[in-house]
Design a protein around this ligand. Sequence first.
Ligand code: SAM
Length: 211
Amino acid sequence: MSTSNRQDFTDALERWNERFALPGYLFGLEPNAFLVKQSARLRPGSRVLCVADGEGRNSTFLAATGHAVTAFDLSPVAVEKARALAAQRGLEVDFNVAGTDTWEWAAERFDAVAAIFIQFAAPTQRQALFAGMWRTLRQGGLLLLQGYTPKQLEYRTGGPDKLDHLYTAELLRELLPQAQWLELTEHEAVLAEGNGHHGRSALIDAVARKG
Ligand SMILES: C[S@@+](CC[C@H](N)C(=O)[O-])C[C@H]1O[C@@H](n2cnc3c(N)ncnc32)[C@H](O)[C@@H]1O
């Protein structure tokens, strides 16, 4: 890791730890609505990886609906809260503290990858992140992704304030040229996900099948 990359990593870690150290759940306790809807596509007992899972609202939902869930996040503070949430709900999730750069993207390991608001990645980091998520899916597996589009900069109701971190359908097609797109829709909706994502939002919903 170069010195400037190491500094970026340390800054991000401190920033997210501070946000998650506040009382309560930054993105609420309810799972992301797009994930709830799209998880109907998963077979019972699917092996699912939750990337940058935060405080566990999505991983615990998937575990509660009978899937075998692995999750990781950069922030140990968030993962601790996610572990507490799973314990309180009597659920098992394989939680890990890791960054997308250090996570081992084992090939063909998961039936689905959940990537809900993972727009911390700058363009230089994003290529490897998407390659990793694709590699870890088995043939026929699904990537379930929701993020913000550039129009979100007008709303500022969540997400990064950097244009080059935001997604368009065209960008996602470029990042995953082999994908079969079951859904790839830019749209607007009102989100109520804790204090983190709140209000009118410019979103992109994507479901990509491998093979
Ligand atoms: C907007 S939050 C979304 C959290 C979760 N997916 C959700 O929907 O509740 C972004 C998450 O990315 C995590 N994160 C930031 N940089 C990361 C990195 N390099 N690797 C892994 N996680 C990272 C943060 O700690 C935070 O939990």
